[in-house]
Ligand binder design. Structure first.
Ligand SMILES: N[C@@H](CCC(=O)N[C@@H](CS)C(=O)NCC(=O)O)C(=O)O
Length: 214
């Protein structure tokens, strides 16, 4: 058994944040496949009782600890490894600020948008997709502006704020119906910088369940 177990599946950008962090810090970890689209195990009372009462993926297991919420998982792993760790109070608060903004408004909208477009049956209502798309465009523009003057979200060094924000951004443009890197050039260049970090892997390589059997 590896030191860390991560309950995850390939299509989850929320889980990708945790999987990528584990790989970037060189952790001894193994994925535990959650059949999110098949059996929908995350909705069962058993899974909610034993694994995560919130019914969400990712879940990180480390000895006697079970952690959920990717922001919490990233914080824990950065504190344990000393890597991608925001340093000092100002950086810690700044990282938390971007992680919350990301969870709520960047990947927090991109994830449901891609789900409704690609995987939901029936597919999402066009009015809902239009609402989400307008919010996504506006919020990606905020991130793009931030990255136009910085190498990484906080400055010259990559931190957990960057690892949170890449959540859904490496999935294929066809899955969104728009090309994030092309529409937001500073995000595009930053995604290339993140991709160059030792240990980087695409979500479809890092987590089980791709391609999806629907
Ligand atoms: N803020 C959470 C979001 C987790 C999340 O929404 N995960 C999705 C899978 S990508 C999920 O489990 N959704 C189930 C649900 O919302 O009922 C995190 O960052 O961990």
């Amino acid at each position: 058994m590896a030191e860390y177990q991560l309950h995850c599946f390939a299509q989850s950008g929320n889980a990708y944040r945790a999987a990528l962090m584990l790989n970037l810090i060189g952790a001894d970890w193994q994925p535990m496949f959650v059949d999110f689209f098949g059996s929908g195990v995350q909705r069962t009372p058993g899974w909610r009782g034993d694994v995560n009462e919130m019914g969400e993926v990712p879940v990180l297991v480390h000895s006697n600890k079970k952690l959920t919420q990717s922001g919490v998982i990233l914080t824990y792993l950065s504190e344990h490894s000393g890597k991608f760790l925001p340093r000092g109070e100002d950086e810690r608060l700044e990282a938390l600020r971007w992680i919350i903004f990301d969870n709520q408004k960047v990947n927090g909208f991109l994830g449901p948008y891609r789900f409704l477009k690609n995987f939901a049956k029936p597919a999402g209502d066009p009015a809902v997709l239009a609402f989400l798309k307008a919010r996504i465009d506006g919020n990606l523009a905020i991130v793009d502006k931030r990255l136009s003057t910085r190498t990484f979200v906080l400055g010259e060094r990559p931190t957990i704020a960057d690892i949170s924000l890449v959540g859904y951004l490496y999935y294929p443009a066809e899955e969104f119906g728009f090309d994030i890197a092309a529409a937001h050039p500073s995000i595009g260049k930053w995604l290339d910088r993140m991709k160059a970090l030792p240990g980087w892997k695409h979500p479809y390589e890092l987590m089980p369940g791709y391609p999806l059997k629907l």
